[in-house]
Design a protein around this ligand. Structure first.
Ligand SMILES: NC(=O)c1ccc[n+]([C@@H]2O[C@H](COP(=O)([O-])OP(=O)(O)OC[C@H]3O[C@@H](n4cnc5c(N)ncnc54)[C@H](OP(=O)(O)O)[C@@H]3O)[C@@H](O)[C@H]2O)c1
Length: 111
């Protein structure tokens, strides 16, 4: 299975290592483009690669691994039709009950 991460920080790296250890492939992405992740994917090994956010979103499983505040920008412009996104973010407590809506994002609106 191929697992895509939008975000390539501590959470994506830690989960990525577990997926790789279980024999899966991992695609990492960030706002800085694949080149910026070359060192990280080299460290993770041959089953890890860096791609665009769209590349990550087209994997069998897609995990959002950005900080909450970066999620709207990170999810923007991707065709999510028929896709399932695993949201790995922790919302800050003051907006914990806010709605995650990639089409009409507004943290001030309670669900
Ligand atoms: N750390 C944990 O133990 C842990 C556990 C459970 C849940 N979480 C949750 O997981 C999320 C990530 O935590 P973390 O500790 O991994 O954070 P982190 O180390 O700061 O990583 C965040 C990643 O998001 C990327 N990013 C930021 N803006 C982006 C954009 N527009 N498009 C694509 N990628 C973007 C960052 O890379 P660039 O800035 O280079 O784009 C970075 O790779 C948080 O919501 C946190 O609450 C963390």
């Amino acid at each position: 299975m191929k697992v895509g991460f939008i975000g390539a920080g501590r959470m994506a790296t830690t989960m990525g290592r577990h997926f790789l250890g279980a024999g899966h492939e991992v695609v990492l992405s960030s706002s800085r483009g694949p080149e910026a992740l070359a060192g990280l994917v080299a460290d993770l090994g041959p089953a890890a690669s860096a791609g665009s956010r769209q590349d990550a979103a087209e994997c069998d499983v897609v995990i959002l691994a950005t900080n909450w505040a970066d999620a709207p920008e990170a999810l923007k412009g991707i065709d999510w039709s028929g896709r399932i996104l695993v949201d790995g973010t922790n919302a800050p407590s003051r907006i914990r009950d806010a709605r995650l809506d990639v089409v009409d994002w507004d943290c001030s609106k309670p669900s």
